[in-house]
Ligand binder design. Structure first.
Ligand code: ATP
Length: 359
């Protein structure tokens, strides 16, 4: 039988490095406390394994994930002992590129006004999603260095934009807008494409043309455009105006850290790496955070809310709702780590959520 059709959905769990190894166990406990019909399998991919036997991704690793699992829950990669960061690149970018997970979905939601650094901003004011192209752009590492180490050194970093890649992420944005509601239940209705086509005319021109074409197929959805520098300012001045934002790989990476700031910081932000119909991967937006790793200080809520996003993707809607409600209550009662104003540790915050889900 196809393992993906088993009674229990199969989830691969890859905690990775640094705080990934602390926050993912809390997310796993939360999933288990909901009683969702899932089977979780641990993978030890990360710096420890790489330093032990030089393996980044075992042979057939990505094929196994795609064939045998319904979803993948990932922590973070990056370890000061691996200066080249080769394992992080091969595992994380490998998963995105080789499994063709082209839509990086980053919902930006404010759970509680106290978490937002802006004055007078309520949860209803921050409820948008950033769809970041995830398989091309400036992150394919195409390019090279010539005459390295000399006064004449030349470095190029190519920004790769294919018609197919641009079109499918823009179409994904319109479909996302059509199929999702806001937190208050009202329909979504606007897709904003952000680029820097005034300065980067070749790639930007392709994005502009494709956006115009695809948006014409969705007359019920308002199509907007904003240069990415203006977008950064507007996200801080008036986040209420945003609904669905679609952009390229690098701009998406940058603006979602800014967006995380609106939600209470990197410890609260969630993401999914999705290719409709294929095994998709879910990870908190934060990295491995070496300065706080191993200290029981990391905020586990980004990982726990990421688990909820994954459960929702797997159609465990009630379980996802319950996790989100528990995290909201923890934030209200300040059962949180220090980064968002509480005083408990990673494990204690996770245990509070489990207690809430089990009661
Ligand atoms: P990457 O490039 O791998 O995404 P990064 O350089 O953007 O990583 P992070 O590892 O995400 O950086 O973290 C930067 C800083 O943000 C950390 O050193 C830490 O202070 C804070 N931070 C990140 N995640 C968390 C978290 N879950 N809880 C508390 N603080 C966090």
């Amino acid at each position: 039988m196809d393992p993906k059709n088993a009674a229990r959905k199969r989830i691969a769990v890859i905690p990775g490095d640094g705080i990934g190894k602390e926050v993912i166990p809390q997310a796993v406990k939360a999933i288990q406390a909901t009683g969702a019909a899932v089977e979780l399998t641990d993978f030890d991919w990360g710096a420890d394994r790489y330093l032990r036997d030089q393996t980044t991704v075992p042979p057939d690793g990505f094929a196994t994930l795609a064939r045998d699992f319904n979803a993948i829950l990932v922590g973070a990669f990056g370890d000061p002992r691996v200066k080249t960061n080769i394992h992080a690149k091969e595992i994380l970018l490998g998963m995105r590129f080789k499994m063709d997970l082209y839509a990086n979905v980053r919902p930006v939601r404010l759970l509680d006004a106290a978490l937002c650094p802006l004055k007078g901003v309520e949860p209803k004011d921050v409820d948008f999603v950033v769809l970041r192209e995830n398989t091309e752009g400036a992150y394919t590492d195409a390019g090279g260095v010539f005459k390295q180490g000399t006064a004449d050194e030349i470095a190029t970093q190519e920004d790769i934009n294919t018609r197919k890649g641009v079109e499918r992420i823009i179409r994904y944005a319109f479909e996302y807008c059509r199929m999702h509601t806001k937190l208050d239940g009202s329909p979504r209705g606007k897709v904003l494409m952000s680029d820097k086509s005034n300065a980067m005319t070749h790639a930007g021109g392709l994005w502009q043309r494709v956006f115009k074409e695809v948006s014409a197929e969705y007359p019920a959805i308002t199509a907007q455009h904003m240069y990415v520098d203006a977008l950064c300012m507007q996200m801080v001045r008036d986040p209420r105006q945003f609904d669905v934002i679609v952009t390229n790989n690098m701009f998406g990476d940058i603006i979602t850290d800014l967006a995380a700031g609106l939600q209470g910081g990197l410890g609260m932000a969630v993401s999914g790496n999705i290719h409709p119909g294929k095994t998709s991967m879910f990870e908190p937006v934060h990295g491995s955070a070496p300065p706080i790793a191993g200290k029981n200080e990391a905020n586990p809520f980004g990982a726990i809310l990421t688990a909820a996003m994954m459960l929702r993707h797997l159609e465990f809607t009630q379980e996802a709702d319950r996790i989100e409600a528990a995290v909201l209550e923890a934030v209200r009662q300040k059962k949180t780590t220090r980064d968002i104003g509480g005083s408990v540790g990673t494990r204690e915050a996770g245990e509070w959520i489990v207690g809430r889900l089990s009661s």
